[in-house]
Design a protein around this ligand. Structure first.
Ligand SMILES: [Zn+2]
Length: 51
């Protein structure tokens, strides 16, 4: 059960979700946004969060 994943969209094939670790802000982009424009932190690809 993925209770954290309550966001559903049909663009998941084109875009990935990146999460700002500082704010927990989710940004959808085709490529990694790099640094967060808000806090300058790194984005983590949520799709790759499982290791
Ligand atoms: Zn941020």
């Amino acid at each position: 059960m993925n209770r954290d994943q309550d966001v559903e969209d049909d663009t998941s094939e084109m875009t990935s979700e990146y999460e700002c670790l500082q704010y927990g802000r989710i940004v959808k982009a085709e490529t990694n946004p790099g640094e967060c424009e808000k806090c300058g932190g790194d984005f983590q690809n949520r799709a790759k969060s499982v290791e």
